[in-house]
Structure formats: C-alpha cells, structure tokens
Design a protein around this ligand. Structure first.
Ligand SMILES: Cc1ncc(C[n+]2csc(CCOP(=O)(O)OP(=O)(O)O)c2C)c(N)n1
Ligand SMILES: [Mg+2]
Length: 902
C-alpha cells in the first residue's frame, strides 16, 4: 500500500482546483526540471507545516547540510590552535598503536576509526562536554570503542597518562596497562561506559538519558545539568540494539540526549551501504522516530560551490551519488573527482574550473570541519523536546595517507612504515617537532607532548578547566547516600508462609513492596519489568508505586474503578518497559551504575521471564558487569519443569549455566522465601555497604508450597550458609545405610519425598542439603584447589563443599530444575560417590508431574539414583534397585530426554 492509496480515500471537495495545482506542478517539472519542482514542493510543505495544516511530515531532505551557512554561529575557539592540538593527538594515537604492534605482533588496535572521528571528538572536548569538577556529575559521554586510542592520546596531552602508560596499550597483565577498549572493569578510574560490543552503547545511552529524567522526575537527583552523548558507528547502526529503542527517546522527549553517528561510510569489511546512502537512510529512520536530525555532510570548501549551484545540478549530483562511489572518490585523486563527480555535466565542471586538482581533492567532509561541527553540536544542545542525532560524514582513516584512507582494509590496519609515518607527519604539519631521523627505519616513532607553557598546552588546560575537568573519568562520590534497611523489612519473609502455600516469586513481590515502603531505602528501589508484571503477580504494585510515565497519565484507565488499577505518573517508581528485555536491561544498567555515574546509589530489581534473560540479553548483562553494575536480576518462572505447560521456548533449565559464565554475577537458586530474603539482604550489604562491584541473579519459581520459616539460630550465621552456597537442611534419620541429597529451588519437594521413602521403605538415612549456589561453591573450591597446588608443602586445605560433605557417608545425589551441568560444576571436589539429576534437553508442555518424570528429577528418580549409587558401592543389593525401578514404573529402555529430540 502506498501513500496514494490513503489519499484516494479522502474526499476531493473541488476536483477542478486539484487539477489546476497538479497541472502546474507537472508543468514546472517538465519545463524547469525536476529539481525545481521538488524545491517548490518542499517549500510548499514547509509553509504547510508553518500553517499547522497537519500534512504528513517529510522524512528525508536533500543530501546537504541541515544547518544553512547563514545560521552557523561564530566559532568561539581558536581554530589554528585546536588543529595543532588535534595533530598531536592524531599522531600519538597512531604511534601508540604502531608501537604496540611492533613490540607485540598481533596485539591489535585500530587507527582508522579515530582518524575519522578525531575532529568530532575534539570539538566536544574543547567546547561542550562538562566534567565533574563543578559539583555535579557533568556529561555522560559514550565513546565508540574503537576510538579508544584517540581518547588515551588526549589523556596523554592533558598529562593524565605518561609514555609508559601508552606503551602498555593492550598490555594489561600485571596491572597498569591500557585496556583495548573502554572497560570500567579494567580501568575503573578512567572509563565509564563499555561500548565496544556494537549496539550496546547506543541502547544503553538512550536508557541512561531516560533514567536521568526518571531521577529528576522522582526528585531524587537534579540531572538537568547533564547531557548524554553517544558516538555511534554507521556500521554499528545495523545492530538491532542500536536503532531498536530510538522511538523511546522520541516518545519521551529526551532532549538531554545527543547522538553523533560517524558516517565514514565504511564498516569492517567494506562499505556500509555501497549501493545506497546510509545518511539518507538514517535520516528517515530517526525523523520517523521523532528525533531532530542534523546532517553534517559537507565542509566549508563546498559552501561557495553550493552557493553557485544555481541550477541545482550539484545538489542533484550529491543526491544521486551512492556511498560506494563517494568512497571511491575519497580514494582517488582530484583529477579523478573532477572527471567523475563534476565532469559529466558541463555546468558542474564549470563550478570547479577555478580549482586545482589538489583543491578538489581536499574538499572536506562535514565531519572533519571543526566550525561546522561546533554549529551542529550547538544546535543539538539547544533543541528542546526531542533528542538529536548528528549524521556526520567523514572519511575512514582520514589523514593516514593514500594507502589507508577509505581503503576497504582500513579498519584492520595497525602498522605503518617509516615512509607512511613521515607522510602522516607532513600531513599533520608536525615537521617542527618530529624530524626525519626520529622516525627512521627500525626506530620507535616518538610520542610528542605539547611543550609546557606553550599556547596549545595552555589552551587545552584552560578549555578543560572551564568545562569542569578531564574526561572520561569515573569517580564514586556518594553525592546522595542511601540508607540501608533494617532487618524488619525482611522479617515477614523470614517467618515463612504459615499455613498458606506461596512461591518464591510471590514472596519476592512481597519483599519488594516491603522494601519500597521502607523509609530508609524505599525511594531508591527501582522495580523494572518488561510487560510481565501480571505473570509474576506484581500488578498489585501498579497502583501503590505507579508506573513511571514521562508525560503522566493522559487517560482514565479502563480499570480505574478497581483498587489495583493501571496507574501511570510522572513520578512513578516502576519502570514498565514493555516487551523489550534489551531495553529493560539497559534501564537496569543505568540504575545499577548510578552510584558511579551520578553518585546516587539506586537499588534496581529487574524481574523477567528467566528464559528471556541471560539467553536473550546476555551481552547486555556482560556489559553491565563490565560497567560494575550493582543490583538484582530476577529470573522468574525459572525451571524446566516448574513452569508447566509453556513448553520449549519458555522453560528455562540453563540460565544458571549462562550466569556461571559472568565473573561478577552472584548466581543463586533459592528453594525458600527466607533464603531469597537472606540473599537480598546479603546482596544489599555487599554491594551498598561494602561497595563490592558484583550483582545478583536469583532464579525464582512459580510453584506454590509451604514456605518454611528460617531455621532457629543466629540470622547472620544462617545467612552466611545460604550466601556461601550450601547448608544442611535436615539431618539423616538413623539408619544402617546413609546418603546425602543436595537440592536446589523447587527440587526440594522431590528431595524431601525421597528422603521419607528411602527411610521408610529402604532403610536408607538421607541428609538433605540446600544448595543455593553451585557457582559460589565452585569458585571457592577452585580457589582452594589453586592454593593447594601453589603450596605443595603446606597442609592441604579443604574447600567448603568438600568439608561439608566429608562429614557424612555414602553417595551424594544432587537434584535441581536445571541442567546437570549446574551441580556438576562441583562434582570433582565431592569426597564421596557423586550423581546428579537435572533437566537436560528441550522443554515441552505438560504438567509438572509429567515433566519431572520425563526429565527424571521426581522423587522416584531421586530414590533410584541413591539406591543405584549404594548398589555400586556394594552397600545394598543391585536387585533392590531393579525392584525400585519396576515399582516406580520407570522405563529403563526409554532414551534419555536430551537424546529424544535430536
Ligand atoms: C557486536 C559486535 N560485532 C562485531 C564487532 C566487530 N567489529 C568491530 S569494529 C567493526 C566495524 C565497525 O564499523 P562502524 O560501526 O562503521 O565503525 P567505524 O570504525 O567505521 O567508525 C566490527 C564489525 C563488535 N565489536 N561488536
Ligand atoms: Mg563506519
């Protein structure tokens, strides 16, 4: 369906008049040309917009700068000094990568991404980005990961890094090196935002800007002095995460957000859109999403040409040239450009006849023109009610010389010959500081510093001082300290559910409400949910806490008469993200890093369908870990069998495997409400009292059973066991033969039933252990093992896991609603015979009972597993096992669940 189809449905009240207009347009197009006709149409549409006629907004404009020359402000900087400073930065960025690769072949690094964005970045540093020295957190700048060498090079000129630091680019082992890309985990006082996994910086920046608004609207922190800037690659725009959330920024009027898309027309392998125009494509997409779009395509040299383009032929040519051709023009020399870009049309050729080939070759692209960049940034910071994207056209590898600039291989080049370095030096006009013999073959090319007291050194210092200090810088100044809750918040949960059955999910919702009501911590709690609150029984919180809505609630909800109606408010506390786990995760990251980015600790709980967590947004979780996020992730409806009915794409039996791959993640599988409460209590202390940069992942289930109270004893002692990963849940009944069963989560029921059956019918006394975290046990065991390996003559230490189990006798059987891999993490440290039961294989729809039989995790299978291990150890007769298998109706010849679906 096209636009015409829609028009055909509207009544034409005066067809004669319509024809008149249409005929005149057609006449202009034939007699004066298409360009003229298009121009007239654009003018008419402009007037229509001014008159408020409600015509459909245009989404694309010609391939020229959005800001007319006449609207460009005076450039307040000293252009010559800035160019000179930039030359130093460009040089050092190159030398850093080149030296690193001479010292250690293959160590990598990138030259050409920064070479293309150096001016874009520099103008921000000199004129816009506010640091943190003026009493507020300043601006939040997300740099393109591959531009990292340029950021280090600037830090070097500012005196924040020394030569020894630069020489340790990508050499981090032993401490003190510079990380390849922005990693707060590795350089916690420098980098703030991990960006190098493409697409994550962009989506995180949107939700960061949104979270700043949330903080402001909830009156927790004044954030209007901070702007979020994000540098994005044009190739990076192909990642779904990059563009997937831009409409949120438009919808929520995030005028505190500015994106700069570095349109060098290339990605890693070749052109981003060889046959098209990435800038035009992005313009439409962003305009459609409600952003202000500033195209910065041409540098100053083009201004007089465009001013003399009376026939519009130059604009036509610009519109018609595809990116692959523009890339070619960048590679070739001026005479080629004269022939091939200007040449075919005599009017165009005439436009540049006064110029030399060299001058044509040097016609700059907008993204290399400081004054035009300044104009774009200034306009962006003045837009209200909308986010802004600047589409800046650049050349990849700019100034690095003909062998590198705009070549398809440019992204991967990390070495330069002395010859190439000499020509770079000349191009940067650094002949006065770098002599030929300093870059002779075989010698290390030198870093160059601005002489102390030189106008350049003074300028860079003064500019950053005026803007509030150096960037990037990660500091933790607790501007708005958060008080920790007392134990009374947890009391209800520790008491158990009495005679009423409950799930760990409903228990969590209760705890969340208690936390939100707590005077100390309540306002800092950030509940985040991606359209799943009803699934988790959290909709009861809507009315009480309200859903955050940037523009309030402009309608009366259908359920307004109900006590628990859908309630949105500007100062709402719940972030109801809609169906976007990626967006919700980005929100969580913003909240979970707010202690550092804003000095305002927040306590985020992101509760999601556990299947759509680690598996769906694992890379965002990894980035959050890099960013030193603190908070809670809750994988609800966890378990391959507990979530009955839903089937293969819903039943999660492996998020704990995935969670075990994230070093900072504290992954838990609590069985009882009190365990869950103790874990959250412990997590709050660890993260917010002791300042540990970890986060928690808890699997929550939707199965109702009686939640026992916390066992008698000292709360801290019991909590320590739950936190360490295991504690004895019940003693073994007296019996001649003994075994241990380890359960996690909802597998408690099978374990407890097996315990009774084994005692009553087989004379086997089984002790039960609740294992809350195999990941924690494994890490502790690995640590012990390592210590023993490295201290061969000392008395060997025992891991916690070994120590606990060494005290008992007989086999150990582990059961959980997750894959066997989860308990098997600790198998090699088990001092007794080991067997594990779990849910390996695809889920399917059925009842819990049927699923547990299918996956062989029900009580019958626990009984058989214990008996089988006892028989293997010669403690009972094998015939006992056989009879149990028959008795429980287990089909011994049935193929294993994980083999069935292959
Ligand atoms: C998720 C992800 N996939 C792939 C890469 C590998 N990669 C690094 S840079 C790059 C090309 C980047 O192109 P662009 O976004 O246009 O940035 P430019 O360097 O051109 O500014 C790729 C594919 C990555 N870093 N992250
Ligand atoms: Mg690119």
């Amino acid at each position: 369906m096209s636009f015409d189809d829609y028009l055909d449905q509207l009544p034409d009240t005066d067809p004669a008049e319509t024809s008149e207009w249409l005929d005149s347009l057609a006449a202009v197009a034939t007699q004066r040309g298409r360009t003229r006709a298009a121009f007239l149409m654009d003018r008419l549409l402009e007037r229509a917009r001014d008159l408020g006629l409600g015509t459909a907004p245009g989404v694309s404009t010609p391939y020229i700068n959005t800001i007319p020359v006449s609207d460009e402000p005076w450039f307040p900087g000293d252009a010559a000094l800035e160019r000179r400073i930039r030359s130093f930065i460009r040089w050092n960025a190159v030398v850093m990568v080149v030296r690193a690769n001479r010292a250690a072949d293959g160590i990598g690094g990138h030259l050409s991404s920064f070479a293309s964005s150096a001016t874009l970045i520099d103008v921000g540093f000199h004129h816009f980005w506010r640091g943190k020295d003026q009493g507020n957190p300043g601006d939040h700048v997300y740099f393109q990961g591959h531009a990292a060498p340029g950021i280090y090079a600037r830090a070097f000129l500012e005196g924040r890094l020394g030569e020894a630091d630069l020489d340790r680019f990508r050499r981090e082992i032993g401490g003190g090196g510079l990380s390849s890309y922005p990693h707060p985990r590795l350089m916690p006082e420098f980098w703030e935002f991990p960006t190098v996994s493409m697409g994550l910086g962009p989506i995180n920046s949107i939700y960061h800007a949104r979270f700043n608004r949330y903080l402001q609207n909830r009156r927790i922190d004044a954030t209007d002095e901070s702007r979020v800037w994000c540098f994005v690659g044009d190739g990076e725009c192909d990642e779904p995460e990059t563009l997937g959330a831009i409409s949120l920024a438009g919808r929520e009027s995030l005028d505190n957000l500015t994106w700069v898309i570095n349109c060098n027309l290339q990605r890693l392998d070749g052109p981003v859109r060889g046959n098209g125009k990435i800038i035009q494509e992005l313009e439409s997409v962003f305009r459609g999403a409600g952003w202000d779009v500033i195209k910065l395509i041409w540098g100053h040299g083009w201004d007089p040409l465009l001013a003399n383009d009376h026939d519009g032929v130059l604009v036509d040519r610009m519109n018609a040239t595809v990116d692959g051709e523009f890339q070619r023009l960048a590679v070739e020399d001026g005479s080629f450009d004269r022939e091939n870009f200007f040449g075919p049309d005599p009017r165009l050729r005439k436009l540049v006849e006064h110029m030399t080939d060299e001058q044509i070759n040097r016609l700059p692209r907008g993204g290399h023109d400081a004054a035009k960049i300044y104009a774009a940034y200034r306009a962006a910071t003045q837009v209200t009610g909308r986010p802004t994207v600047i589409l800046a056209k650049t050349i990849k590898g700019w100034a690095l010389g003909g062998d590198i600039e705009a070549r398809n291989a440019t992204h991967q080049i990390k070495k330069m010959t002395s010859e190439q370095l000499r020509s770079l030096r000349d191009r940067l006009r650094l002949g006065d500081v770098i002599t030929d013999d300093m870059i002779a073959d075989g010698d290390e090319p030198p870093y160059v510093r601005l002489p102390e007291g030189s106008p350049e050194a003074e300028y860079i210092r003064a500019r950053r001082a005026a803007l509030g200090g150096s960037l990037p810088r990660r500091v933790i100044t607790n501007r708005r300290p958060m008080n920790l809750p007392g134990d009374d918040v947890f009391a209800q949960l520790l008491a158990g559910s009495g005679a009423q059955a409950a799930s760990t999910t409903t228990a969590f919702t209760r705890l969340l409400r208690n936390l939100c009501r707590d005077e100390a911590i309540g306002s800092r709690v950030v509940p985040i949910v991606p359209d799943e609150a009803r699934t988790f029984g959290m909709d009861s919180l809507f009315r009480e806490l309200k859903i955050y809505a940037a523009h309030g609630q402009k309608y009366q909800p259908v359920d307004h008469h109900l006590l628990l109606s859908y309630a949105e408010a500007v100062d709402g506390q719940i972030l109801e993200e809609g169906i976007t786990e990626a967006g919700a995760m980005a929100s969580w990251t913003a909240a979970a890093t707010s202690y550092a980015t804003r000095g305002v600790p927040m306590l985020p709980f992101f509760i999601f369908y556990s299947m759509f967590g680690f598996q769906r947004v694992g890379d965002l979780i990894w980035a959050a870990a890099d960013a030193r996020a603190r908070g809670f992730l809750l994988g609800a409806t966890a378990g391959r069998t507990t979530l009955l009915g839903e089937g293969l794409q819903h039943q999660d039996g492996h998020s704990l495997v995935l969670a075990s791959t994230v070093p900072a993640c504290q992954a838990y599988d609590p069985a009882f409400a009190f365990e869950m409460a103790l874990l959250i209590r412990a997590g709050i202390r660890r993260m917010y009292e002791h300042g540990e940069d970890v986060f928690y992942y808890l699997a929550l289930y939707n199965e109702n059973y009686l939640m026992p109270p916390m066992p008698d004893g000292d709360i801290d002692e019991i909590a320590a066991g739950v936190e360490a990963g295991m504690y004895r849940w019940s003693e073994a009944p007296a019996a001649p033969v003994q075994a241990s069963v380890l359960f996690s989560g909802t597998a408690f029921a099978a374990a407890a039933e097996a315990q009774t059956v084994l005692a009553d019918e087989y004379g086997v006394g089984v002790e039960l252990w609740s294992v809350t975290s195999y990941k924690a046990l494994r890490e502790q065991a690995m640590e012990t093992e390592r210590w023993n390996r490295l201290h061969p003559e000392a008395t060997p230490r025992q891991s916690l896991f070994e120590e606990h189990l060494a005290a008992g006798v007989g086999p150990v059987v582990a059961v959980s609603d997750f894959m066997r891999m989860v308990p098997d993490q600790v198998a090699r440290w088990c001092p007794r015979p080991w067997a594990s039961l779990g849910t390996d294989g695809f889920g399917r729809s059925d009842t819990r009972e049927a699923l547990r039989r299918h996956f062989e995790t029900d009580a019958a299978h626990v009984v058989v597993a214990v008996l089988s291990e006892l028989a293997r150890a010669g403690q009972i007769d094998a015939a006992v096992v056989t009879s149990a298998i028959t008795r429980f109706g287990i089909d011994a010849e049935h193929p294993a669940p994980w083999l069935i679906d292959r």
